[in-house]
Design a protein around this ligand. Structure first.
Ligand code: NAD
Length: 243
């Protein structure tokens, strides 16, 4: 049986499926991933998006890590995100757990999305309860105000992304509970090397992995497909429609 058919069959037979997506599902939208040979880590040091740099060296945060957040504002979903939204509408996909901060699942029309590393469309104050859109931060940084300041209390603002050194947000607990209910997990575009999220695939019975390169979990997966996510996910949706 070919791999697309096998994956579709498992999806059809699943009772509760969750997806776990990583930076690889968004490369076809033009956002580089982190760890593949052309990934962001070649250009940007890992700690540029850290809590220590945000608090201790805001000039560096807003000239390095912040640039990536700013660029995400204009990016559009690709056929992989659209296919996953369709899998949800067809009733095959219960929850999407994403490590991505780019909001592309939401822009593609998915509604049950757990953003375990936060999201780049919003900001909040580090001191008071102020919350606002990313544009409030962008406008201040564009005018040279670094760090950007809360309109209510004048203390530093921060993005809603989970930085290295931050605690995991409530979405992570929700993701854990969703995985407890699941019998099947569809992993898309993740190297499965970032903890604690990379722990989740161990909790399900059946694993389908779609990733350009091998992952540490391939040997326990029912199916591992090493081809670009957009085409594979579209083919799976088509196979489910044809069945
Ligand atoms: P990663 O960079 O560690 O792994 C991405 C994987 O996707 C790689 O193994 C790569 O081979 C594969 N890949 C690349 N393009 C693909 C495609 N078209 N189809 C299928 N596979 C493809 O990413 P990760 O596991 O998500 O961990 C990186 C962390 O960095 C995440 O926690 C995430 O929060 C953050 N990040 C987010 C974005 C984003 O929001 N789009 C981008 C870069 C990094």
């Amino acid at each position: 049986m070919d791999l697309i058919k096998k994956a579709s069959q498992i999806i059809k037979e699943s009772n509760y499926m969750v997806a776990l997506t990583g930076a690889g599902i968004s490369t076809e939208s033009g956002i580089p991933d982190f760890r593949s040979p052309r990934g962001l880590y070649r250009e940007m040091p890992e700690d540029a998006l850290s809590r220590d740099v945000l608090l201790g060296d805001p000039e560096r945060f807003y000239s390095e890590g912040y640039i990536m957040l700013k660029e995400l504002d204009e990016v559009q979903p690709n056929k992989g995100h659209l296919a996953m939204a369709e899998l949800q509408k067809m009733g095959y996909l219960n929850e999407i757990i994403t490590q991505n901060i780019d909001s592309l699942h939401t822009k593609a029309g998915s509604d049950r999305v757990l953003e375990v590393h936060g999201e780049s469309r919003g900001i909040h104050c580090s001191s008071c309860s102020y919350q606002g859109p990313f544009s409030v931060m962008r406008d201040q940084v564009d005018q040279g105000t670094v760090p950007p300041l809360c309109p209510d209390c004048n203390r530093p603002l921060r993005p809603n992304v989970v930085l290295f050194g931050d605690a995991m947000p409530p979405a992570f607990d929700q993701a854990f509970r969703a995985v407890e209910k699941a019998d099947t997990m569809l992993v898309v575009g993740s190297s499965l090397r970032v903890m604690p999220v990379a722990y989740l695939p161990r909790q399900v019975n059946k694993l389908i992995i779609i990733n350009n390169e091998p992952t540490p979990y391939d040997s326990i997966a029912e199916v591992a497909i090493h081809v670009g996510a957009g085409k594979v996910l579209s083919d799976i949706v088509q196979a489910l429609k044809d069945a």
